[in-house]
Ligand binder design. Sequence first.
Ligand SMILES: Nc1nc2c(ncn2[C@@H]2O[C@H](COP(=O)(O)OP(=O)(O)OP(=O)(O)O)[C@@H](O)[C@H]2O)c(=O)[nH]1
Ligand SMILES: [Mg+2]
Length: 414
Amino acid sequence: MSPILIIIIIFAIGVVVAGALLLGRPSKGELLEGPPEGVLPREAGTQALDPDSLDGPEIETVEPVAGILGSSVAITGPELTAEEEAANIAAAEEAEQEGEDARLAQVAEEAAEDERPNFLERLAKARSTFSGFLGSVLSRSQIDAESWNELEEALIRADVGIGPSQKLLDAVRVTVKENGLTTSAELVEAVKDQMKADLAGPVTLARAQTAPTIWLFVGVNGVGKTTTIGKLGKRLTDQGDRVVMAAGDTFRAAAAEQLGTWADRCGADLVRGEEGGDPSAVIFDAVASAAAKGADIVLADTAGRLHNKTNLMEELSKVRRVADKGEGTVTEVLLVLDATTGQNGLQQARQFTEATEVTGVVLTKLDGSAKGGIVFAIRSELGIPVKLVGLGETAVDLVDFNSDEFVDALFAQD
Ligand SMILES: Nc1nc2c(ncn2[C@@H]2O[C@H](COP(=O)(O)OP(=O)(O)OP(=O)(O)O)[C@@H](O)[C@H]2O)c(=O)[nH]1
Ligand SMILES: [Mg+2]
């Protein structure tokens, strides 16, 4: 055999062996088979064990956990008496309140480093809804049909509402025509001016001729009633008013605790009643106590839900009537609305207005809302002025509503 032939044969054998090895290897992404279950890697220097000589792992049957694996599985324990159960609930609520207090203390600490909030800084979310559309409107130098469409879409997206948006743009059309406006920049200025004019109005909270003045806070649960009372109480006591807080939310004990924390923080007095008690009675007592002490203002909290089957709206109109019966006068019924709920807030406003003659709106959580336009919808549809705005969770995060600042902030381009 010639040496060349021998080299060719060796090379061919090499290729065949390499190919076989490659085929046996798992390709990328292929799952490698792990060791058989229960077999642990052997420690260096130890003898391999015969798998047949090993006992199988002890399997303990664990009952499924309720709520994770199925609602039919119940975790049973000793039966609790009603008192024990109430004590457990109270302890849990107290712990929850302590957690919430600690969280708020931290938020307050962080906020203390900031300046007092303003619309421009806190309306970032609402502004972002507008800015894209505005950029597009402004990118065309002249006003055309598309400019109007885009403006309308921007307003509706920001929850101004269809009716109010059309009303607003109709008024702007008149201005554009009368003043011969032609550029997009002029159009946007005209929209801003119209909005400012429509939203303008006094935001001062009315006081009674003879003390005590009563301001009642109403709204569905979780909107920020108690927090608003806390913030406002701080503002009032800082300016020298004597404040009594009335824990008219008797739905849960923690509600009075929460108000009590705010009262302590700002040096206000707290009047509270029994959990599940009559809210009207608590507020009546608070007014009597304020009158006896010569306090200036009663800030009355109410529940967003009730223990009994009574209709919330009926209950609130009773609260209002009873509050007025004593020595004080109700001069403001402030409907607290969560700005993040958008048009739903308008629906709530309608219901509450029917029950209690709402005198103003406190719009909370505007800091986290992309729906700043709801301010406009409320004013335009219900004629109720937004008087206060919540821009965060701490005592300084409550500002008087200022239509010029609000509209400028909403339209500001970053
Ligand atoms: N970001 C932000 N959070 C707020 C604002 N106002 C209130 N909150 C938060 O909203 C949550 C609910 O506030 P509460 O004051 O307890 O609401 P409430 O209306 O009294 O609720 P109920 O007592 O259950 O009816 C709390 O965590 C507050 O800190 C605000 O303006 N901005
Ligand atoms: Mg509350």
